[in-house]
Ligand binder design. Structure first.
Ligand SMILES: Cc1cc2nc3c(=O)[nH]c(=O)nc-3n(C[C@H](O)[C@H](O)[C@H](O)COP(=O)(O)OP(=O)(O)OC[C@H]3O[C@@H](n4cnc5c(N)ncnc54)[C@H](O)[C@@H]3O)c2cc1C
Length: 487
């Protein structure tokens, strides 16, 4: 039998994952990536001896990564070394007022107890619930392709229906009264791209991932995972062609026959796109697009981001590898992201200093800093606006941590809405894809298999199961299973 040719658009985590599974099952796989390197939103920036992850920095759910590597009879340790971070992260609530989250649950419980009497025992109950949801969600539900609602209806999920209706914000406030502890418990669901007041409480499994499974760091940064998956894919026979933008999808009788890039034509039997879903559909004739412009416009997108990559000429003292600055009113900030869609006056932000625990990411005696402000997709992006927020961030860090940073800056690079659009064809410049709200979960997300083109499939953070690196690995697996089912 003739080997079937599959072309995959993009080389983000979901595409790389899918390419490995499809090559393992005997398909002839070619990955076409528009940028110069693989990894999509998880590429790397190197400058003057500093190394920065451009996108993801939190390595959560190590079990999902191991499950992926195990499917190829290997292990992450054959490619990169992992360090469990202690503290996992630090959260600043105001001037010299911060809480550090330890690398083990007993210490985290004690931290809670010290802040609010009785909250340690309540946290235990909350996490027990979150653990049960983790087992249901991550070990089973998220691996369902979202073809039919019956995939996820069973006696376990039936008993959990109320947790899909209640929000995480509501649930958390029933367990702890301290505003600081509430913010800590609401933090993990921000990875899902929506407000805690708009995220079903079932997603508390993210709290289990946070407190029980821990925060890890691959030596060298998250890009090491991209390198590992690229190497694995190539060892399985996948051809990866970078600097190769797909500009047109050729269709005959409602089936893809091939794609055209800026330089060549690639015939194929099946096309899989891990590029942003909206962008891929714009490469099709209008009649063959499944979702209209107004469909996309009405969706709740996860935030975009303003990012800075900064080299400091000294080691910083009062921050941790991951440091969150929750010194402002999150409700007001969230309103600007999801409702008014404008810049927040004083946004909360996240900072990562990988060189605190990983000497390979900065020259000796220096510190690499990555700063991220979540913002509304498609807000105005100008050099002046970027500069304004950079100055605000540096001022706030100096005030809050009590340490001078501004005069120690060697260089800074920035990244924002316009870069997301240019580099990834990202819809409205979103950073993390489509949010996981109740009405954007499972069957209610854009489909993995096109309903209008026979041999066209999608994967990645705009489809099933959702945003984040672990879900992207899973997306690659479930779309491959679907392709095997239909071809
Ligand atoms: C700033 C930032 C921070 C994040 N932090 C975290 C974190 O800490 N932890 C976590 O788990 N997740 C995090 N995420 C989310 C995570 O990085 C993403 O969910 C994941 O990387 C998305 O992978 P993907 O395969 O869906 O898509 P992408 O990575 O977007 O890959 C799509 C690829 O398609 C390519 N492409 C687009 N159009 C074409 C075309 N026409 N032809 C050829 N190629 C094309 C793009 O160049 C890109 O390489 C973060 C994301 C961002 C942006």
């Amino acid at each position: 039998m003739k080997t079937k040719k599959i072309v995959i658009i993009g080389s983000g985590f979901s595409s790389l994952s899918a390419s490995c599974y499809l090559a393992k099952h005997g398909f002839d796989v070619t990955v076409l990536e528009k940028n110069k390197t693989t990894g999509g939103r998880a590429r790397q920036l190197k400058k003057d001896g500093f190394v920065f992850d451009i996108g993801p920095t939190f390595y959560w759910m190590p079990d999902v990564f191991e499950r992926f590597f195990k499917d190829f009879n290997t292990h992450s340790s054959n490619f990169y070394s992992l360090n469990k971070l202690h503290p996992a992260y630090q959260i600043y609530f105001g001037k010299k007022d911060s809480i550090s989250i330890a690398d083990n649950f007993e210490d985290i419980k004690q931290t809670f107890e010290n802040i609010e009497k009785g909250s340690g025992a309540k946290l235990q109950k909350f996490i027990n619930k979150a653990h049960r949801n983790y087992n249901i969600a991550i070990k089973d539900l998220v691996y369902k392709p979202g073809e039919h609602v019956f995939e996820i209806i069973n006696h376990k999920t039936f008993l959990k229906l109320y947790e899909f209706v209640l929000t995480i914000k509501h649930q958390v406030s029933g367990y702890v009264k301290s505003k600081q502890l509430q913010k800590i418990l609401e933090f993990p669901v921000l990875f899902l791209g929506a407000k805690p007041s708009n995220t079903p409480s079932f997603y508390n499994f993210m709290n289990y991932a946070d407190f029980k499974l821990g925060t890890w760091h691959p030596k060298g940064g998250m890009y090491e995972v991209v390198k590992a998956m690229t190497t694995l894919a190539q060892s399985l026979g996948v051809k990866i062609i970078t600097d190769s933008e797909v500009e047109n999808i050729e269709i005959k009788n409602k089936s893809v026959t091939g794609v055209t890039t800026n330089s060549s034509y690639f015939p194929c039997d099946i096309l899989l796109s891990g590029a942003d879903y909206h962008h891929t559909e714009t490469l099709l004739p209008k009649a063959l697009r499944q979702y209209s412009e107004s469909y996309w416009d009405k969706k709740t997108f996860a935030p975009s981001a303003l990012l800075f990559y900064v080299g400091f000429n000294k080691k910083l003292q009062n921050v941790s590898h991951h440091t969150l600055f929750f010194d402002t009113d999150f409700e007001a900030h969230a309103k600007t992201i999801y409702d008014t869609k404008e810049w927040a006056e004083k946004p909360l932000f996240y900072a990562s200093f990988p060189s605190i625990t990983d000497a390979t990411t900065a020259p000796e005696g220096k510190e690499a800093g990555i700063f991220l402000i979540p913002i509304a997709p498609d807000v105005e992006d100008t050099p002046e606006i970027r500069e304004h927020y950079f100055n605000q961030l540096m001022d706030r860090i100096e005030t809050i941590t009590g340490e001078s940073v501004k005069k120690h800056i060697l260089f800074k690079e920035s990244y924002c809405v316009n870069n997301f659009k240019e580099d990834y064809h990202s819809y409205k410049g979103n950073a993390y894809g489509l949010a996981n709200t109740l009405t954007q979960t499972h069957v209610l997300r854009p489909k993995l298999k096109s309903k209008k083109v026979n041999n066209l499939y999608f994967c990645g953070q705009l489809t099933v199961p959702g945003p984040g690196v672990p879900p992207s690995l899973i997306s690659g697996k479930i779309v491959s299973d679907l392709i095997l089912k239909y071809h």
